[in-house]
Design a protein around this ligand. Structure first.
Ligand code: PEP
Ligand code: MG
Length: 887
């Protein structure tokens, strides 16, 4: 059998030291730190491969691994001069998970393993510290019972809280040995009640129980949800790391902390982190005690009175500073570190690339280039395109009036408004109804992950800058205010109170994760600042991409936003969307419902000036860049009047009765409008519609010329074509109108005519179709719909089941199905270009803004992608990454 157990800093393990697939991220980094000579407690990693074996073999561990684990424990015993289960100097270990990529807080950890009623006494004697020994034991019972035996943690927390109340103390650190003795007894009673068994005293049983639980936590609900959100494959599995315990809870010379080598919120090059004296790791992240700052500078800036680590443990802080530098140099990235100080000795427990906000991600990448730590290409590849989204959206208007309800820590920047909800379930429920929410919790736990994903922002009453809420929100790019101790949350009454306000479930609030403020109502926002580091990165990005990036836009406002974000043209102007306006829709309805050519022409005449003026505006903003105008393609039902009032209005306009309109609506009813009388089929049946649109385009060009506005070359696009004949007929219609307008105004007009490829037949017959098309634009929304035969309007109801059952990795309407839809694109590209060498090719379905699909487009050698305005920078970055990845 292959090697499954790896000792840190062992010669045989050296060849695996960079292999995160085997060691997991945590295991690999521990081994690497040990190799660097950093103080890492001795230990070993059981390979991620064990996870697969475990699940395939009835949750068993192979006997060879059991033997190796025993041997490795022996090695730890030798190094530490302690013995597992010994009654004079007992060894305690931690058992921790660690998959290939970090999944913070999603899987389980057990600390202080090896304690029982006897070893706890030995530990007390050995350390001459009864309080510490008992505190460690109660922590172990609490953690083990929760993780391995499934006893809910709050039952223990409640016992501690009640006890502290009766004793009149606030902090856990104020409890003495005797107090913990009493609590340990009560803890054990709870375990007995809940599990019908006594708390296990056999330390070998404890060890295998813990290893099993860590492996099982790979398939916990929260880990599965996290994997689904982050597209982490289920088969990766977790490794198990077993390591000698070091103690931050032995007294005042001890501490535990979390540190980032740079500020993960802003990206500023400053040591950032939190620590707690006389505590164990979970205290810092759990938010039960408020941790103190690491550096004096940040402590002062925050106005906090509690001493920073730099002030209280200057020697250890200096050591840490040195290690930070060493680690950044090695990993060439910002590191997220866990450490413990045991009786003035510093120990490193973890290092990994730190999660960061979008802003920090860009700043760190740009700074590291100027520090010569990384190259420009690496900087481009470091920034996840999807996180840019959070930077591109509006931030709070400084001038707007704000009613501040409370303040907390600025844990993850950005502004968000929404209805207050107190549970993850409610956030998810409202998201389904397209409602924005702010999830308010005392503190979040990994169970809340799906709710945090569903909410627009997160507010917690407890927990620091490295609390679960803060770390997860930053990772998700969601605004978060954490540790707002000015608010009191009452889950039962579904409200929270601050000094002057009472906010109930459903009330609207705004949070600003950049300032830590919580405000009443929806506060207005302003455009984001995309200068500075952002624009520097974008300039680099533009140098390294081949794909052009256009936008899907049909209003002047959207067009302007897209231009500002760097769009290099319009790839899709959906002309039917130009008619949604109240003043226009009546004429559209008149056009659709008219029974005679004359009525239809009347309606179209009313629409022409609107279209023409819109085009002039858009052409002006685009200043010479290409603009693809798609002729009308509405599934007609989208425009039919439904309300009696609207029916009456159209009837009046057409001078016919309401009943006549109603029967016309029935006549027009389609069983399957998406496959019905839409797209070019409308142009074939009612050429006058496309004629009007072409007139509007060409006349707008004439007008621009008159006004000396830089001319664009419009690309007139025919939708939903499946045969060469359709495009042949409609192309000549466009040409006729062009000739007419050119004659009328005695002006030469340049334009192109092309088609969308939205139907499998069009892709297959691309060679014929390309005879009549100057360009193809892949309409992958419809192409996905028609390739799978899945209605894009109804897919939401069952696609999740398909993702859950692993039929789809990702929703194919979001990320291109490269095997099916992608194959059709490749066929159409090849056949189209064979017919016409310089056929221009682009994509304008939603996939044009999805990084994975953009990579596909780069590899398929398309000329451009087109996406919604706010995704333009994302597409620019993704296009550069796709190009660089090929090199
Ligand atoms: C498409 O089908 O991909 C497309 C862009 O057109 P629409 O979404 O308007 O149908
Ligand atoms: Mg379409």
């Amino acid at each position: 059998m292959e090697k499954l157990v790896f000792r840190f800093n062992n010669e045989i393990s050296q060849s695996y030291i960079n292999n995160k697939d085997i060691l997991g991220g945590k295991g690999a980094n521990l081994a690497q730190m040990a190799k660097l000579g950093l103080p890492v407690p001795p230990g070993f990693t059981i390979s991620t491969k064990i996870c697969d074996y475990f699940y395939q073999n009835n949750q068993k561990i192979p006997s060879k691994v059991i033997k190796q684990v025993k041997k490795e424990i022996g090695i730890i015993e030798k190094i530490t001069k302690k013995k597992f289960g010994d009654l004079s100097n007992p060894l305690l270990v931690s058992v921790r998970s660690g998959s290939r990529v970090s999944m913070p807080g999603m899987m389980d950890t057990i600390l202080n393993l090896g304690l029982n009623d006897k070893t706890v006494i030995a530990l007390k004697k050995k350390t001459s510290n009864g309080r510490f020994a008992k505190d460690s034991y109660r922590r172990f019972i609490q953690m083990y019972s929760n993780v391995v035996l499934g006893v809910e943690s709050y039952l223990f927390e409640e016992l501690i809280d009640n006890y502290k109340l009766t004793k009149g103390v606030i902090q856990d650190t104020e409890l003495e040995e005797d107090d913990w003795d009493g609590l340990i007894k009560n803890f054990k009673t709870v375990v007995k009640e809940k599990t019908k068994k006594v708390f296990p005293q056999d330390i070998t049983q404890q060890l295998w129980g813990a290893i099993g639980a860590v492996l099982l936590s790979w398939n916990s609900k929260r880990a599965k949800t996290y994997r689904k959100i982050n597209y982490i494959p289920d088969h990766w599995g977790t490794a198990v790391n077993i390591q000698a315990m070091v103690f931050g809870n032995m007294g005042e010379n001890c501490a535990t902390g979390v540190a980032f080598t740079r500020n993960p919120s802003t990206g500023t090059k400053e040591y950032f982190g939190e620590y707690l004296i006389n505590a164990q790791g979970e205290d810092v992240v759990a938010g039960t005690r408020t941790p103190q700052y690491l550096s004096k500078k940040l402590r002062k800036e925050s106005g906090s009175k509690g001493l920073s680590m730099e002030e209280s443990m200057p020697e250890n802080f200096k050591q840490l500073e040195k290690i930070f530098k060493k680690l950044e140099l090695k990993y060439r990235d910002m590191q997220d570190i866990e450490f413990t100080v045991e009786n003035k000795k510093l120990w490193m427990l973890q290092t990994r690339s730190g999660k960061r906000t979008a802003k920090a991600s860009i700043k760190i990448a740009v700074d590291m280039v100027s520090e010569k730590l990384i190259s420009i290409k690496e900087a481009i590849l470091r920034v996840d395109p999807n996180i840019l989204d959070s930077l591109l959206h509006p931030t709070l208007d400084e001038k707007a009036e704000k009613k501040v309800v409370a303040s907390g820590l600025p844990a993850s920047p950005g502004a968000a408004s929404g209805k207050v909800v107190f549970s993850a379930e409610e956030a998810e429920r409202l998201k389904e109804q397209m409602q924005d929410t702010i999830l308010v919790r005392v503190e979040t736990s990994p169970e809340d992950i799906s709710g945090m994903h569903a909410a627009k922002g997160i507010l917690t009453a407890r927990g620091g800058m490295t609390s679960h809420a803060a770390v997860v929100a930053r990772g998700m790019g969601k605004p978060c205010v954490s540790g707002s101790n000015e608010i009191k949350v009452d889950y039962e009454k579904k409200l929270f109170k601050s000094a002057n306000y009472e906010i109930k479930e459903g009330d609207l609030i705004t949070i600003d994760g950049g300032s830590g403020k919580v405000m009443l109502g929806k506060v207005p926002t302003v455009k984001p600042d995309i200068s500075g580091d952002f624009s520097k990165l974008m300039k680099w990005v533009d140098k390294y991409r081949k794909l052009k990036v256009r936008t899907n836009a049909e209003t002047p406002v959207d067009t302007k936003v897209a231009r500002d974000f760097g769009a290099e043209g319009i790839g899709l102007c959906r002309t039917e969307h130009m008619f949604f306006d109240d003043k226009r829709i009546i004429s559209v309805r008149q056009m659709i419902l008219s029974n005679t050519l004359e009525d239809r022409k009347n309606a179209l005449a009313k629409l022409l000036p609107f279209q023409k003026n819109d085009f002039i505006e858009i052409f002006k903003i685009m200043g010479g860049l290409p603009v693809t105008v798609r002729l009308l393609d509405p599934p007609l039902h989208e425009f039919l009047p439904k309300a009696d009032k609207d029916i009456a209005n159209v009837a009046k306009e057409l001078k016919i009765s309401n009943n006549d309109i109603k029967s016309r609506i029935i006549e027009l009813h389609e069983q399957n409008p998406m496959l019905g009388h839409r797209g070019c089929r409308l142009g074939i049946s009612f050429p006058e519609i496309y004629q009007m649109q072409c007139e509007a385009i060409f006349e707008a060009l004439v007008e621009c010329k008159k006004k000396k506005i830089k001319a664009v070359i419009p690309e007139i696009m025919i939708p939903l074509v499946s045969t060469a004949a359709e495009i042949q007929i409609l192309r000549s219609l466009v040409e006729k109108i062009a000739e007419k307008v050119q004659k009328k105004y005695k002006i030469k007009i340049k334009y192109f005519v092309g088609t969308m490829i939205e139907l499998p037949r069009a892709a297959l017959r691309a060679n014929d179709i390309a005879k009549y098309a100057d360009f193809f634009s892949f309409g992958t929304n419809d192409l996905t719909q028609t390739t799978f035969g899945i209605s894009r309007d109804d897919a939401g109801k069952f696609l999740n089941d398909y993702v859950d059952n692993k039929i789809f990795n990702k929703d194919p309407f979001v990320s291109i199905d490269d095997k099916g839809v992608g194959e059709l694109i490749k066929i159409a590209t090849e056949r189209g270009r064979k017919q016409k060498k310089n056929l221009k090719l682009g994509i304008c379905g939603e996939h044009g803004g999805d990084p994975a699909s953009i990579e596909f487009c780069e590899n398929a050698k398309l000329n451009y992608v087109s996406c919604s305005p706010y995704r333009v920078p994302i597409a620019r970055l993704a296009a550069a990454q796709a190009y660089l990845k090929k090199k």
